[in-house]
Design a protein. Sequence first.
Length: 342
Amino acid sequence: MKNADFPYYLTNFLSKYLPGHKNSSPNTIESYATTFKLLLIYCEKEKKVKPERLTLSFLTHDLIIGFLDWIEKERKCAISTRNQRMVALYSFFRYVQKETPENIYEIHKILNIPNKKGPKTIVPFLTGEEMKILLEQPDTSTNDGKRDFVLLVILYDTAARVQELIDLKNKDVRISNPSVITLTGKGNKTRQVPIMDKTKKLLENYLINQKFNNAISKGDNYVFVNQRKQKLTRWGVSYIINKYVEIAKQNPKFTVPFPVTPHVFRHSKSMHLLQSGINLIYIRDFLGHCDCSTTEIYARADTEMKRKAIEEAYSDVLPIKDLPIWGDDTDLMNFLNSLCKK
C-alpha cells in the first residue's frame, strides 16, 4: 500500500505555502481549509476512505467532479459556492504538481475542470432614500448607539469590506486634512479612502470619547470593539446591521426584498457614486479593485442609467402619424393567422 502522502502535502500547503510563499490572508487560508475539510468528509462518507489513508493518486479527476456534485446536491450549495471551492482546489493542485511530477497527468485533468456556469445575480443595493432611513435608526443617546451609527456611516462612506472595517485601527485614521482612512484589503493590499467632512467630524468625536485598552498602544486599538473591548467579528457587524434593518422596515418607504449584508453597503456606495457621474476608473480605485471589469458590474446593474442613456440616444425617425395601423392590414393578418394554424 502506498504511503498516505496527501496529509503531508495538504499540511505544507496550508501552513507554509499559502502564508509564506503566497502571502495569503488568514481569511483566504481559512476558506481553503474549509474546502479540504469538506473534501475529507466526502472521501470518508462517500468513498469510505479515512483522511489518514488518503493519497494524492486517489484524488482523480472523476473523484473531484464527484465531490463538486456532492457539494451541490447533498449540501444544497449554490453554483457560486461550488466554483469558490474549485478555486481552492486549483491552487492546491498547482502547488502539488511541482512536488509530485509523477501525478502530473491526472493533476492537469483536474486543473482543466471548468467553472460551472450559473445564473447571473443582480447586484443588491439600497437607494439613497433607503440608506438614509437605515442610518437614522441607531439611538445616538447611548454608547452602543453612537458606536453603531459611526460604524454604519463608515461602512457606507468608505465602501469598506466587512473584514477591512473590523481590522481598522486608530493609526489607520487620519483626521487632519486631507482626511483619509487606510484600509487593508485582499492580499494585504492597502488603499487610502478619503472621508467627507461630516464623516470626519463624526469619527473625530467618536475617537475622542472612546475608551482605549491601556494594555496596547493607542494606535493599535481597534476603532470598533464590543463591550469587552475586543475586536468586533464579522458576525457582530451583521448582527448590528440586521438589528437596525428590522427597525427600518417599520417605515413604509423602506421596502427592501433582499437581506441587507455588510457588502450591500459597499454595493450601495458604488451605485451612488456611479449615479453621481463619477468615472469608473475612480470608483475602481475607491473600491480597491484590480481592474475595471469587476467595477463594471455596477454599470450593468443600474437600469435607471440605462433607461436615461437610451432615451438620450433615441431619435424619433418616423412621425407617429405616418406609422401604419397593422390591424387594418388584411394581408398581414391573414399571414399571421396562417402561421397560427401550423
